[in-house]
Design a protein around this ligand. Structure first.
Ligand code: DX5
Ligand code: ZN
Length: 216
């Protein structure tokens, strides 16, 4: 499987000090910065949009993994591309026009990703997964940080890994030192974590343990 990439979720950081929080995570070993975009419709919470990504881009060259938990993701491709997004991760459940959206994202110079919520069966994206740069299997209901990891979702990671040995498979929600072994064993290689990294005394050690477990 591809090598580990660790993507701290800035949702658990201090939004009023975002650039510094990003620098701190990169210094502690983060590969990607995971930016959670929520619109209050697709999920019952509201966070940031393209203007914040645009401002952040002036402070860092890091890979911005933008997780769009929004209805009608098509509406935001232009703005997120212009803002400097590296990967535009949309939800399977948020659109009916998956292939057209993937093409549009790529035409705007971004990598494309597709995410599924816990109740969405893996069959829905098994063939689409071959067309994207990354798949995200949610391991909590999207909307909030700090929720409990749903171990059942790992069967979807297993099915995807079996079908696509070289695909970047991301997991997001409730990941911590108690479940990273199971996530690795299932075949996840891109690890998003908010609470377990930001609330740690030594975030660098948590990031290193995640990486070593995936790469073992
Ligand atoms: C939840 C978000 C996650 C969240 C993860 O909807 O997509 O990225 O920030 O936070 P933890 O790691 O605390 O579950
Ligand atoms: Zn996320």
């Amino acid at each position: 499987m591809p090598s580990a990439k660790i993507a701290p979720s800035l949702l658990s950081g201090d939004f009023a000090n975002l650039a510094n929080e990003c620098q701190r995570m990169l210094k502690d070993g983060a590969d990607y910065l995971h930016m959670d975009v929520m619109d209050g419709h697709f999920v019952p919470n509201l966070t940031i949009g393209a203007p914040v990504i645009k401002s952040l881009r002036k402070h860092t060259d890091a890979f911005l993994d933008c997780h769009l938990m929004v209805a009608e993701p098509e509406r935001w491709v232009d703005d997120f591309a212009a803002a400097g997004t590296n990967l535009f991760m949309f939800h399977y459940e948020a659109t009916k026009h998956h292939e057209a959206l993937i093409e549009r994202i790529r035409n705007h110079g971004m990598k494309a990703g597709i995410a599924i919520k816990p109740k969405t069966p893996v069959d829905a994206i098994l063939s689409l997964a071959g067309q994207v740069d990354m798949v995200l299997v949610m391991t909590v209901e999207p909307g909030f940080g700090g929720q409990k990891f749903m171990v059942d979702c790992l069967s979807k990671v297993r099915a995807l890994r079996q079908a696509y040995p070289d695909l970047d498979i991301e997991v997001d929600g409730g990941l911590d030192l108690t479940n990273i072994d199971e996530a690795a064993e299932a075949g996840a290689n891109v690890i998003v974590a908010g609470t377990s990294i930001f609330k740690a005394d030594k975030p660098a050690e948590v990031i290193a343990t995640f990486r070593n477990t995936i790469n073992a």
